[in-house]
Ligand binder design. Sequence first.
Ligand code: HEC
Ligand code: HEC
Length: 423
Amino acid sequence: MKTNPLIHQVLLALASTGLSLAQAPSAPPPHGPQQHSNQQHPAMRQRPSHRPMAPKPGPASPSDPLPGLTADLLMAFSDGFEEFTNAEDAEGGLGPIFNESSCVTCHLQGGVGGASTITVTRFGRVNKGVFDSLDSLGGSLLQALSIDPAAREFVPREANIVSRRQTTPLFGLGLVEAIPEATILAGVRSGKPDGVKGKAHMVTDVVSGQIMVGRFGWKAQQATLLAFSADAYVNEMGVTNRFFPTENAPNGKADVLAAFDEVADPEDTTDPETGKADIDHSADFMRFLAPLRPQPMSASATAGKTVFQSTGCAVCHTPRMFTGSSEIGALNQKAVDLYSDLLLNDMCILADGIVQGDAGPRDFKTPPLWGIRVSAPYLHDGRAPTLDAAIRAHDGEGSASKIRYTKLSLMQRQQLLDFMNTL
Ligand code: HEC
Ligand code: HEC
């Protein structure tokens, strides 16, 4: 990927002034919610016209880098931004089967890197209580699109479990990656109220080959951003890379794959000049992407923060963790206000039936709640249109807290919701 020098200039200029790129004037997004209206940002109207324009009037507002990045890392962020928003095509390795042609198509609510209402489909088969991800038939992730209609993948007849999974936001994930494993594991050991257990999902990281604590994805199925990036390139876009050099065959059919797979693998190659491939650039973007800034707290929201604690929400939705020491100043010993313990919980009737690694059919990672104000709808399959519905759906390890929520006074519930809408 070539880099647009204008983006670098804009980012560097903004970094030196401390201004937010999200507030720079840009064309209104053609679809999706508009987070940066004139009303929310009076600064936009007052800004003189010689301010630099936002880099690319794209489908979503650009997003802020972490504060305090060096010039080199800002450059890595902006290269990553470009790659993350770049649409792949068949000549560049897209497909033969895929879900969308760019990361940003799915990740855009509240800015580039956000969530969206787009869901992907997982399928599998349960026989006598044993889950089969139907690998030989193209499972468990469906690639719903193809570069040629004859290569289409479908949910096979053999599947008796089909579940949708909603796109999650990526804001602040570099900070999440920088939380020491010991901090997450300490959450497992500490005795918890309400019968909450919480377990760490130990996964093999495809990048290092090491067994690590999984922290990304609805089932905490990936431990590092580079691993998730590589996984998304091959599984969402059909772009093979150094960690996943093999294409997904449509419903497992090697002959169909052979007929339509024309680009040599791995399709995402490392640029000898930079030492980076597309998967690295997108990982850089996510690593240096700032969390959304919380909104100012009203009196009601401040009261709601207390209700959040007293209702037991914080037992799993841990308000704050800290990053460990890092050579990167912007990631070094920082507070991470994510509202998650990054552990798996048995959520009972919320089960999706899908097993991934050691995450069982009823297990979900406590999703971080930062940025929740722009990521509706909620829960792994997007079934909950409102925060209230999402909370009422909690089951299993979340039951005690849910029941306490339903017994709150109307005013306390409103306070709690007001609080969550500041995150
Ligand atoms: C078709 C829509 C789609 C596309 C395209 C897509 N994603 Fe995602 N993304 C999702 C969904 C759905 C999830 C949740 C998946 C899960 O946990 O099973 C997700 C989750 C993630 C996560 C985990 C975040 C967390 O909350 O822990 C990362 C990281 C990520 N995507 C990165 C990328 C990158 C990088 C690209 C481009 C290479 C990309 N995604 C392309 C839909 C998409
Ligand atoms: C046992 C741990 C646990 C407790 C206690 C808990 N949650 Fe959750 N929460 C989860 C898990 C796991 C999910 C994801 C479930 C799913 O997607 O099916 C979730 C999902 C959510 C979501 C939707 C997030 C999204 O991105 O879609 C919200 C909002 C939420 N919880 C708020 C609360 C509030 C408020 C409380 C207290 C009344 C609470 N939770 C108590 C574990 C917990």
